[in-house]
Design a binder for this molecule. Structure first.
Ligand SMILES: Cc1cc2nc3c(=O)[nH]c(=O)nc-3n(C[C@H](O)[C@H](O)[C@H](O)COP(=O)(O)O)c2cc1C
Length: 192
């Protein structure tokens, strides 16, 4: 059965996680299996540019990156959520992205379906630029990028500051659910 992996880029058990869970529940409702990975709470060091991944088919740094990479292996869809930090993704998520160079070289994520979610404290706080950064990652990995199914806008866009506040953010929840449905429907179409 097709699997969708949800990556949470926040170090908090907070708003980003709630929206990624909302997206994954729609994929579950569509009959797919899902798994949530709280990347932002894991220990993933930044890329040191040692370039060994250009010869060896892995990142040689031994930390939690290896656990996340193993989860992505064989996934048909990936939902990535990040809090907005200064208009972009969290450092934890960026560290993970930079470590995936060998994944790109090996084209391990090519044609996997990707959807993005961002939560910022301000309504216009950089949700779109953060989502765009995640979309760039998807594009550069050769993935199939999908939008919010209903509005065809960027993806899940949340507006919340304190932990848990997003539960009252109707738009954030709705756009994240729409995104989860779209990821699931494209995965299903691709798996015939
Ligand atoms: C280091 C840092 C930078 C932030 N920068 C922004 C920002 O540029 N725009 C914004 O709207 N919110 C910003 N915020 C607020 C968070 O995006 C917001 O609180 C969000 O709900 C956090 O998600 P979480 O609960 O999943 O951690 C920032 C928060 C932190 C800790």
């Amino acid at each position: 059965m097709a699997t969708i992996i949800g990556l949470v880029g926040s170090p908090r058990d907070g708003n980003t996680k709630a929206l990624v869970v909302a997206a994954l529940s729609e994929a579950e409702a569509a009959g797919l299996t899902t798994e949530l990975v709280h990347l932002g709470r894991m220990s993933i060091a930044p890329c040191k540019a040692c370039d060994r991944c250009q010869k060896e088919d892995r990142c040689v740094e031994e930390d939690d990156f290896q656990k996340v990479a193993a989860k992505l292996d064989g996934a048909q869809g990936v939902v990535i959520g990040s809090p907005v930090y200064f208009g972009g993704v969290s450092a934890q998520l960026k560290a993970f992205m930079d470590r995936t160079r060998y994944i790109r070289r090996k084209e391990l994520l090519k044609d996997v379906v990707g959807g993005a979610i961002a939560v910022g404290a301000a309504r216009n706080g950089g949700q779109e630029t953060t989502i765009q950064q995640i979309h760039n990652f998807f594009f550069i990995q050769g993935m199939i990028v999908v939008s919010d199914e209903a509005t065809l806008h960027y993806g899940g866009t949340g507006c919340a500051k304190k932990k848990g506040e997003v539960e009252r953010d109707k738009e954030g929840l709705e756009t994240s659910r729409n995104l989860g449905r779209h990821v699931a429907s494209v995965v299903k179409k691709l798996s015939g």
